[in-house]
Design a protein around this ligand. Structure first.
Ligand code: ADP
Length: 611
């Protein structure tokens, strides 16, 4: 069990105090005792001299050294006067007279020769000792001196005075009691004081400890409040200051982190961070989409295990080994995505730290556009070269002599004119397409009556249809919602579709123009969101394989036939661009039993406008 500081301080203070009190008591009693012994010794010294003087007659008389009742009486008398026990001891240790012993018992008193004070007196003529009296059981201070007899030679007898310390001992015992009570009271006061003191010292400390625990749990709003201005107050202020700095640092870091995260998240490029062993530390959402992996699947695993792309593995190994920047382009299967990778080594080469950063640029669209551009250039050159070659050929034939034959020259010049018109047509279509693509053509967005657009276009195209004996049918009703669009452009779309229908339908076919409102799938009761306009013919039809491609530039199902019919291969590409520019969609379906159906879906005006 660990004691709290409060208890350590309290118990420590009390132990020190208790020891101090006990030592003080012992020292006080000892010094008092010593003082008393010295004083008593001096008194005893004086009394012994007096007693020796009182015994002088006995010493000078012959036979004085035997135990007589007179001697015993004299000793008792001296004892009463000196208030001390008086004993006379023969040099052989026999007790000759003793004031504390009755006459009858004197013979039985034990030999005193071995007593320390007698031993000293025998040796030096003067001996003292403090011991408990065998007879009375009291602590007694003894002084023994040798008294000379008549011949003044060796001591004839030893006089010993014993001063009982009873009164003093009682006083000392009383002092002990008084001191015990006083110290007991002092101790109690000390207990209360030290508990209070310990509390006042440790309270701010335990407040700091609680606050530090809260801090450790992440509560950085905590403030330590202490009124003290001592070291504890200083500690609290320092901790508060530290917390403020920590909070500011954490705020700064989390701001940086969220900015970094926002950057990584919003980046179109994929980003991957690897440690020095090639393990994935971080990937951004763009990379997750590119490789169709989640961050959880990728993080902590080796790059080669996650992506399984040998070319990528090689690039990573090279960068990690050489610590030089590298780049490469990889192809993903089965998505067919082309990714350009820029891999750079970072400064750090420590465990679990970013060691390499890889940026993935999706080049799929760029590469596709490059191919389209190349194809387009090749197609344009080819399309332009065909009429030009023909024109050149006929001009050379004319120069070689055909010009001299009026019939042939007229025929050749006619062909040259036709081919020039064709060149013109191609250039016109190309120009128009390029203008739409580059955004130079501004589409109007006004409410249009589909029925009137259809009627006007049909009227315009009718002579062409009549030439081939086609039947033109319109089933467009007047109650359709207005679409948002550009009238001239919509007429161009419709005339291109009708022109194709006439061209690619053998004579005496039927060409139908229809229109219907389209309701929102989710809410059938709402007003239509779009109008579908369709041109159906009973002609050659388009195979399923060719259908998605007929809207590409210069794509023709039957090149020779198209050219023969005067097609440029750009009509449907123009249709697609215009429809998409108007916010709609166009596609082709098969018509049963024969022919094709081109469908244009255009969004309606938001307000409820019924024509
Ligand atoms: P073109 O000038 O050759 O008609 P388009 O872009 O208008 O060029 O059409 C592309 C190709 O789509 C045509 O060459 C033709 O093969 C095919 N096509 C277009 N409309 C029809 C149709 N109504 N029926 C059959 N094939 C068609």
């Amino acid at each position: 069990m660990t004691l709290s500081i409060r208890w350590k301080v309290t118990i420590g203070a009390l132990l020190v105090l208790a020891c101090g009190l006990l030592i003080a008591r012992a020292l006080a009693v000892r010094s008092l005792d010593q003082q008393e012994i010295v004083q008593s010794g001096q008194i005893l010294e004086a009394q012994t001299s007096l007693a020796a003087y009182g015994l002088q007659p006995f010493l000078t008389q012959p036979g004085a050294l035997s135990s007589t009742p007179q001697l015993q009486a004299a000793v008792r008398d001296l004892s009463a006067r000196a208030l001390a026990r008086v004993t006379l001891i023969a040099p052989d240790g026999r007790v000759l007279a003793d004031s504390a012993v009755s006459d009858s018992n004197l013979a039985t008193v034990e030999n005193h020769r071995a007593r320390p004070e007698i031993q000293q007196a025998m040796a030096t003529g003067h001996g003292t000792d403090l011991h408990t009296n065998h007879t009375t059981g009291e602590r007694t201070l003894y002084l023994a001196v040798g008294l000379s007899g008549a011949n003044q030679a060796n001591p004839a007898v030893f006089l010993r005075l014993g001063l009982p310390m009873t009164t003093f001992d009682h006083e000392v015992a009383k002092l002990h009691r008084d001191l015990a009570i006083a110290f007991g009271i002092a101790f109690l006061i000390a207990v209360v004081l030290s508990v209070w003191l310990a509390h006042s010292i440790t309270k701010p400390l335990s407040d700091i400890a609680i606050a530090a625990q809260q801090l450790a749990k992440g509560d950085l709003a905590i403030r330590i409040r202490t009124g003290s201005r001592d070291e504890v107050g200083l500690l609290a202020d320092t901790l508060n200051h530290m917390t403020d700095q920590l909070r500011a640092k954490i705020d700064e870091l989390s701001e940086d982190r969220s900015q970094l995260l926002a950057m990584l998240t919003s980046m179109v490029e994929g980003v991957m961070v690897l440690d020095r062993r090639g393990r994935v530390l971080q990937v951004n959402p763009a990379l997750e989409r590119m490789f169709e992996v989640t961050r959880t699947e990728a993080r902590g695993h080796h790059c080669s295990d996650v992506f399984r792309h040998p070319q990528l593995d090689r690039l990573v190994s090279t960068v990690l080994a050489t610590r030089m920047n590298e780049e490469d382009e990889i192809l993903l299967h089965p998505s067919g995505r082309r990714l350009h990778i820029e891999a750079s080594a970072t400064e750090s080469d420590r465990e679990n730290e970013a060691s390499a950063v890889l940026i993935f640029h999706d080049m799929t669209e760029l590469r596709r556009l490059e191919i389209i551009r190349k194809d387009f250039v090749a197609n344009v050159s080819h399309e332009l070269r065909t009429p030009l070659t023909s024109i050149k050929g006929y001009i050379e034939a004319l120069l070689d002599g055909a010009k001299d034959d009026p019939e042939t020259s007229t025929q050749f010049l006619d062909i040259i004119l036709k081919q020039s018109d064709r060149l013109n047509l191609i250039l016109d279509d190309l120009l128009q397409l390029s203008k739409i693509e580059s955004g130079q053509v501004q589409f109007k967005r006004e409410p249009l009556h589909i029925q009137s657009v259809v009627e006007r276009t049909l009227a315009m195209i009718k002579p062409l249809a009549d030439k081939k004996g086609h039947r033109l049918v319109s089933s467009v009703k007047g109650n359709l919602p207005a679409v948002l669009g550009d009238e001239d452009r919509l007429m161009q779309v419709l005339s291109n579709l009708l022109d194709n229908a006439i061209k690619y339908t053998p004579e005496k076919g039927t060409i139908t123009v229809a229109a219907r409102p389209i309701l929102d799938d989710a809410d059938q009761s709402a007003t239509p969101t779009a109008v579908e306009l369709s041109v159906t013919d009973t002609g050659l039809g388009i195979s399923e394989m060719d259908r998605p491609r007929v809207f590409e530039r210069f794509y023709r199902v039957d090149k020779a036939r198209s050219r023969e019919l005067g097609g440029t291969g750009l009509g449907l590409a123009i249709v697609k661009h215009i429809v998409e520019g108007l916010g709609g969609r166009v596609w082709v379906e098969a018509n049963t039993p024969t022919g094709s159906r081109f469908v244009v879906r255009l969004p309606v005006q938001q307000e409820k406008t019924v024509i």
